[in-house]
Write a protein that binds this ligand. Structure first.
Ligand code: G5P
Ligand code: MG
Length: 227
């Protein structure tokens, strides 16, 4: 299964990608995590893009397309993957279409999470992640089972994202509206788009995502069987 998750900053892409990746045993390819890892490791690329990311702006299309191309060519992607945060501009979507065509032209599903801006800000302002394993939490919506201890790895060190500061969040939302929101129309036109009302609990949104994926997979298997 190939799944592309679209949505504004804080819409829940990463949260749902983690759940679905575990359930389907396919990797989550988060371009945000990829670029943050470059910054944390202080690589040449990390140095080049650090300021852009921290200010809430987009990294260039050519860098992002190369990162994704490389990542998708790895063996663990042969049975599918979940893209979280890519594509994010029309040129990235076009490059992704070409990449899929050059691979095997197998269809993919796009799910867009629609969440009102005030809710996005609430989600982002309460978010924190485990420093050791990157598991995501929220002060109100997703607390660890044992306070102060990561559910996944037991670490007690947590971090906040530099680009979750209010000035950068405002830029990220503006950039989303200008560059990424047009992808909704792009994928509507080619018929790949499904939409989820992203307001609710994580479990409620997950139930909607699962229902859509189930429908897509059964249609896909039927088509494959008929071919
Ligand atoms: P990222 O890392 O892709 P954004 O801005 O697209 O960053 P972000 O902020 O990571 O997206 P998300 O993944 O959609 O948001 O949201 P999330 O973390 O799952 O959820 C947010 C919070 O709400 C969490 O605390 C969670 O617990 C809670 N929550 C989640 N779901 C629900 C729900 O259903 N209900 C409730 N009540 N709560 C919920 O990109 C970062 C930067 O990297 C660069 C750019 O600089 C970008 O700004 N970058 C790229 N640049 C160019 N092109 C690309 N393709 C790029 N990709 C990354
Ligand atoms: Mg995310």
């Amino acid at each position: 299964m190939r799944l592309v998750l679209l949505g504004a900053p804080g819409a829940g892409k990463g949260t749902q990608a983690d759940i679905m990746a575990e359930e389907f045993n396919i990797p989550k390819l988060s371009t945000g995590e990829m670029v943050r890892a470059e910054v944390a490791a202080d690589t040449a690329l990390g140095k080049e893009i650090k300021e852009t990311i921290n200010k809430g702006k987009l990294v260039s299309d050519s860098i992002m397309v190369d990162l994704v191309k490389n990542r998708i060519s790895k063996n663990d992607c042969v049975n599918g993957f979940i893209l979280d945060g890519f594509p994010r501009t029309i040129p990235q979507a076009e490059a992704f279409d070409s990449l899929i065509k050059s691979l095997d032209n197998q269809s993919f599903m796009v799910i867009n999470f629609a969440v009102p801006t005030e809710e996005l800000v609430k989600r982002i302002s309460g978010r924190y992640t485990c420093k050791a394993c990157n598991a995501g939490y929220h002060k109100e919506f997703k607390k660890p089972i044992v306070a102060g201890v990561c559910d996944k790895c037991g670490s007690s060190e947590f971090v906040f994202r530099e680009d979750d500061k209010p000035e950068a969040v405002k830029v990220r939302i503006d950039v989303y509206n200008e560059k990424t929101a047009p992808l909704i129309e792009y994928y509507k036109k080619n018929g790949f788009l499904s939409e989820v009302n992203g307001t609710g609990t994580i479990e409620q949104i997950n139930a909607s995502v699962r229902a859509l994926v189930k429908g897509f997979n059964s249609g896909f298997n039927k088509a494959a069987g008929e071919a």
